[in-house]
Each structure stands twice: as structure tokens, then as C-alpha cells.
Design a protein around this ligand. Structure first.
Ligand code: P1T
Length: 385
């Protein structure tokens, strides 16, 4: 495909050429077979065993890489499966610098699992580039960040951080978890990140019916190592799930535009309401990194967090259109309390220091009608007083 094509053209066509199949199916076939006939021992037609490669998975990985202007796409059994595989690039004794505000499960993996392999992590507020530089040690091999972060929607200056790290230590691998914005709104590889990582479970699949993760890179050396690990560690997604995500990507642009519209409408309403202490949304001018957000991304998803003045449990109980549930990025609106749900695994003192209090509510604003979402928030705010 020509590289100058628009996002949805790539989403709909990259990797999907009907001519690659003998029956020329327009929608790529769902190949469930776990094994592939060999013409002679060791002679196969590109596929030998479903863990090492699958045609349906390959279609999805090609499409994901193309959307990001990447060269290689790899998919995994979950977002955390992608993270587990990426950090398996490290060795015992290596050091990782991670952003302080991360998905709770990522924080838990670094603090509870990596440490057992003698890989230590230092968590810093990466809104200051100096904090990142100061945290680098001679054995630092990887930098891990989310922007905007989960759940406080902090925006990190990707270019400034990556340039500062790479000018000092080009060997350090920089990974950006791009789950909250997707490649529709932000392309970390264009700022020099080595790997753009995803929980595809969220916006990219967008229908809350698949758990999957991905890593996208332009580096052949990293692709070779990750491809080896994908097979050797076996953290692969099912072909059925790959077909679902490949289907979902076709509407990603449309969905992200609507998430942005609805999310901003809800954020503006919250900001105008006397029962709300503070709203976090990078496209509100009140956000501390608003200008940076507008510079490095082309929009924001449906993620909104806020501090409620009233009783947060009463607020969540009163919601009717929003569902009380973990996760995000689906067509349906969700609300949750990070301190007891998604970020309960972050140690209590760290949660307190970050501001993940029992008053902090996180919304994943979905694709329902805007007026119904705003009305639901309004009646729940009233009920929480
Ligand atoms: O759930 P899984 O597909 O394994 O993805 C983990 C993950 C990675 N990165 C980010 C930014 C995430 O938000 C997540 C998963 N997050 C939730 C389940 C949540 O409600 O925040």
C-alpha cells in the first residue's frame, strides 16, 4: 500500500489483500488450524505450527504495523502478555526506569515479578525530563511510560524524554504504552520510541470482547528478539480473537472521533459542576500539560478522571448509563474507582503520593448519545451529595 494513504484506508486494506488467499476472500479467513502440512520435512509454505505463526494473526500484525508507520507488529495473549514479553528482553541485574503513574497491573508486574529476576525498577514522575535523566543508572536498559497515564492522565513530553535519553544512552530501549490514545491520535515511534505497546483489549478492539496486546517497532533487531520470545514464551493470542480485532480496526477512526467528542462533552460538564473538585482531560485548557497534549497528539480518547466532592460510592451506585466496571475503550461507557479497582495493586503509600484517593473516579466515555451520558452524570452527581 502507498504510504501517503489516510488512516482508515490503511485500517481497511493493509495486510488484507484478497489475492494472498487461493479463494480470494475479501474478509481474511479465520484459520483455526494449529498445524500446517509440510511438503517435506522442514519445507513448509510459511507456517508450520500455530504458536510460531498463524495467517489470521499475521494479517492483524501487518495491519497494526502499517497504522503506526511501523515496520513490525507482534500480538500477544493480553496487554500484560505484551509487557511480560517486552521486559523479557532484559537480563538479571538490569534496571528499568518506569513512569510513576502506570496501569496498576504493569506496576505490579515490575514490583512483584521482575524483582524476582533481579531486575529493579525506579518509578519517577516523567513530566519532568530531569527526573528521568537522574534515575538512569549504568545498568539501566529500558524506560517504560504511558502518556496520557492511567488513571491521572498526566502527559509526558515524548520527544523531550526520548531525545534526552537517547542522546546520553542510545542503547536504552524506550517503550511507550499507547493504549489510551491509540495510533489514531498519537504515534510514539515518530518521536523516536523503540516500541509502541498496546493493550488491544481497549480502544483498538473497542468492543470489550477480546483480551489481547501488541508491540510495534521499526527495529529489525528488536523484532527478531521479540518474535523469538513470542514463540519461545508462548504468550500468543487465538486466531479467533485476531479475526475480531482485525474486524474492529476497520472502524477505529470513527470510534475514536466519537469517543473524543463524547469524552470532551462529559469533561466540560464535570468542570462546570459545583460538586466536582477537579477534572483531568488533556484537551481541557485547565489541564497542566494541555499545550503539550495538543502538540504531540491529534486528539484524546474517552478517558476522563475527576475528584468528586461528594460520596464516590453513592455516585457510582447512582449511574444508569455508565456501568461500574474495570477496563476502558469499549463502545459502552464505564466508570470505576481506581483506588479499590484497577490500581488496588499499587502500594497504598504510592497511591496516596500520586493522588489516587477514594475521591478519584475514572470514566471511559463510550459511544452512546452525548445527551444521555451528560444527563446520567448529572443525576449521579446530585445523588452523591
Ligand atoms: O488487560 P490487558 O489487556 O492485559 O492490558 C493491561 C494494560 C496495559 N496498559 C494499560 C494502559 C492498561 O490500561 C491495561 C489494562 N487496564 C485496565 C484493565 C484498566 O481498567 O485500566
Amino acid at each position: 500500500m502507498a504510504s501517503a494513504q489516510g488512516f482508515s484506508t490503511i485500517a481497511i486494506h493493509a495486510g488484507q489483500d484478497p489475492q494472498q488467499w487461493t479463494h480470494a476472500s475479501v474478509v481474511p479467513p479465520l484459520v483455526m488450524s494449529t498445524t500446517f502440512k509440510q511438503d517435506a520435512p522442514g519445507q513448509h509454505r510459511g507456517y508450520e505450527y500455530g504458536r510460531s505463526g498463524n495467517p489470521t494473526r499475521n494479517v492483524l500484525e501487518t495491519c497494526l504495523a502499517a497504522l503506526e508507520n511501523g515496520k513490525h507488529g507482534l500480538t500477544f495473549a493480553s496487554g500484560l502478555g505484551a509487557t511480560t514479553t517486552i521486559v523479557a528482553l532484559l537480563q538479571a541485574g538490569d534496571h528499568l526506569v518506569a513512569a510513576d503513574d502506570l496501569y496498576g497491573g504493569t506496576n505490579r508486574l515490575f514490583q512483584k515479578c521482575l524483582i524476582k529476576q533481579n531486575i529493579k525498577s525506579t518509578f519517577v514522575d516523567m513530566t519532568s525530563v530531569q527526573n528521568v535523566i537522574d534515575a538512569i543508572q549504568p545498568n539501566t536498559k529500558m524506560i517504560w511510560l504511558e502518556s496520557p497515564s492511567n488513571p491521572l492522565l498526566k502527559v509526558i513530553d515524548l520527544k523531550a524524554v526520548i531525545d534526552a535519553v537517547k542522546s546520553r544512552r542510545p542503547d536504552i530501549i524506550v517503550v511507550v504504552d499507547n493504549t489510551f490514545l491509540t495510533c489514531y491520535f498519537q504515534k510514539p515511534l515518530e518521536f523516536g520510541a523503540d516500541i509502541s505497546m498496546y493493550s488491544l483489549t481497549k480502544y483498538i478492539n473497542g468492543h470489550s470482547d477480546v483480551i489481547m496486546g501488541a508491540a510495534i517497532t521499526r527495529r529489525d533487531d528488536l523484532e527478531e528478539k521479540l518474535r523469538f520470545l513470542q514463540n519461545a514464551m508462548g504468550v500468543v493470542p487465538s486466531p479467533f480473537d485476531c479475526a475480531l480485532v482485525n474486524r474492529s480496526i476497520k472502524t477505529l477512526e470513527l470510534r475514536m472521533q466519537r469517543h473524543m467528542e463524547n469524552g470532551l462533552a462529559v469533561a466540560k460538564f464535570l468542570e462546570s459542576h459545583p460538586n466536582v473538585e477537579r477534572v483531568f482531560h488533556p484537551y481541557l485548557p485547565s489541564h497542566p500539560q494541555h499545550e503539550l497534549a495538543v502538540k504531540q497528539s491529534t486528539g484524546h480518547s474517552g478517558m476522563v478522571s475527576f475528584y468528586l466532592k461528594g460520596n464516590s460510592k453513592e455516585f457510582l451506585k447512582a449511574l444508569k448509563v455508565f456501568t461500574l466496571a474495570e477496563s476502558l475503550g469499549g463502545y459502552e461507557s464505564l466508570a470505576e474507582l481506581p483506588s479499590v479497582m484497577t490500581h488496588a495493586s499499587v502500594p497504598e503509600d504510592e497511591r496516596a503520593a500520586l493522588g489516587i484517593t477514594d475521591q478519584l473516579i475514572r470514566l471511559s466515555v463510550g459511544l452512546e448519545s452525548e445527551q444521555d451520558l451528560v444527563a446520567d452524570i448529572q443525576q449521579a452527581l446530585n445523588a452523591s451529595q
